[in-house]
Design a protein around this ligand. Structure first.
Ligand code: UD1
Ligand code: CA
Length: 459
């Protein structure tokens, strides 16, 4: 069998009220279109063709290289869209699976069962349907037994037909040759003046061909036309991701408050607390505890690490390292095994060596810290002179005193100390103490003097 998938993605999505083409809106870390393509992926189709129109350039850019795109302009309806899509398919194709680009909840198994039913039933067309409590707006399925004899659009339906609760999802398998022939005979004599793909079903019936229906779970039939529906499908997608992770052995205190994107990997044995957002290609290792209140993007969190109340962007958190509360790890922050970034600490493009600690109120940028060093509270690496960024090197077993300004470029040797409050502008030799501080002065009886001066001035 030679299978082609045609994804319908030319529509504007007027109700999104957005410049972004509808199918590029994102849910749980993927565009709507990417979710649909991912559901179709396991079918291993010979060809995948996207019919695009509104925002074509942006959609083309988002398509994987294996997907062919054809532009439908103007958009004259779903029947016209599939006719255009067929132009992108080779001659060898004999089965066409049509999938709308705005139905991210479709599952791979469901698409496979449509193709499978289509094949085993030797049907001319197979329609995926759902039952809806409120079918308003959808095309209604007219049946005779297991045969689907027609689809009537809501606007064109009479009272009896509007009473039908089985609706068209717009997912279909077609015999390619019969589809091509039927599309050539479509009219546009309907309330919208469009070529309706749905009318192909009646045409095939009239020609004596077999059209069957496959009913699936209602939730899968949800299309996205508005931001409210986008939020609704996002919730379902997140729930599926969380259910899969929990089944694999990930602990979640409250999965309804965990937001994990499709591209994220969480290993069994990790614990995710509430109000955690894991995005991009973030990974979490076994035994790691993440949250509450963590926003991590493109970050790897190693086994046994702890991250609480923090923002991590392009960071690496090593095994058994601890982060937070209230820590900001920016791109290139690389915390080695057993290291620590504590409260009100920001780290960028810097390595914190094995067992080293930056516990409080510090900025560390463009720096390498060796092993087992301690950075005192309120230390700042002064990496920017207003024109260029400079590097700070801190060795092993170094003790940086509280409130040290390390004016880069500067190197602090192994086992060295800096005195609290120092502004360090020169390299410090291994094992030395560098202290930069004016001597402390004392003015005796100052308080009394102050008081006398005030009463003299009548204050
Ligand atoms: C369509 C079906 C309806 C079904 C519903 C399910 C028709 C006539 N009706 O209605 O039976 O219940 O989907 O959601 O097919 N598109 C194009 N080019 C076009 C027109 C549409 O690519 O010229 C794409 C849209 O971007 C969208 C899909 O086709 O992804 C469906 O189009 P839409 O206009 O939303 O159809 P509905 O009126 O919802
Ligand atoms: Ca629609």
């Amino acid at each position: 069998m030679n299978l082609a998938v045609i994804v319908l993605a030319a529509g504007k999505g007027t109700r999104m009220k957005s410049e972004l083409p509808k199918v590029l809106h994102r849910a749980a870390g993927r565009s709507l279109l990417a979710w649909v393509l991912a559901a179709a992926e396991p079918l291993d189709a010979d060809e995948t063709v996207a019919v695009i129109g509104h925002g074509a350039d942006a959609v083309i850019e988002a398509l994987p290289s294996t997907t062919v795109s054809v532009v439908q302009e103007p958009q004259l309806g779903t029947g016209d869209a599939v006719r255009v899509g067929l132009n992108g398919c080779g001659d060898a194709v004999n089965t066409i699976l049509v999938v709308p680009g705005d139905m991210p909840l479709l599952e791979a198994d469901t698409l496979a069962s449509v193709v499978e039913t289509h094949r085993t039933q030797r049907a001319a067309a197979t329609v995926l349907t759902v039952k809806m409590d409120d079918p308003t707006g959808y095309g209604r399925i007219e049946r005779r037994g297991d045969q689907v004899i027609g689809i009537v659009e809501h606007r064109d339906a009479d009272a009896r037909q509007r009473g039908i609760d089985e609706v068209n999802t717009s997912v279909y398998a077609f015999d390619a040759e019969l589809l091509t022939d039927a599309l050539d005979r479509l009219g546009r004599d309907n309330s919208q003046g469009e070529y309706y793909l749905t009318d192909v079903i009646a045409i095939l019936n009239a020609d004596g061909h077999r059209v069957v229906g496959v009913v699936t779970d209602t939730v899968e039939g949800t299309g996205v036309n508005s931001h409210a529906q986008l939020a609704g499908v996002s919730e379902v997608l997140r729930q599926r991701i969380n259910d899969r992770l929990m089944a694999d052995g990930v602990a979640m205190i409250d999965p309804s408050r965990v937001y994990i994107d499709a591209g994220v990997a969480v290993d069994p044995g990790a614990t995710i607390y509430p109000d955690v957002y894991l995005e991009g290609d973030t990974t979490v290792g076994a035994g790691a505890a993440v949250g509450p209140n963590v926003h991590a993007r493109g970050t790897s969190i190693a086994p046994g690490a702890t991250v609480r109340f923090s923002v991590l962007d392009g960071a690496v958190v090593g095994p058994k390292a601890t982060v937070g509360p209230f820590t900001y790890l920016r791109p290139g922050a690389d915390l080695r095994e057993g290291s620590k970034a504590g409260a009100f600490v920001e780290i960028k493009n810097s390595q914190v060596g094995v067992g080293s600690k930056v516990p409080h109120l510090s900025y560390i940028g463009d720096t390498t810290i060796g092993e087992a060093s301690n950075i005192g509270a309120a230390t700042v690496t002064v990496n920017y002179d207003g024109f260029e960024k400079h590097k700070t090197k801190i060795g092993d077993r170094v003790k940086i005193g509280s409130d040290t300004m390390l004016v880069a470029p500067v190197t602090i040797g192994d086992d060295a100390y800096t005195g609290a409050g120092s502004v360090i502008t020169h390299d410090v030799s291994p094992g030395a103490l560098a202290i930069e501080r004016s001597p402390q002065r004392e003015i005796p009886g100052y308080a009394e003097t102050r008081k006398r001066r005030a009463s003299r001035d009548g204050k």
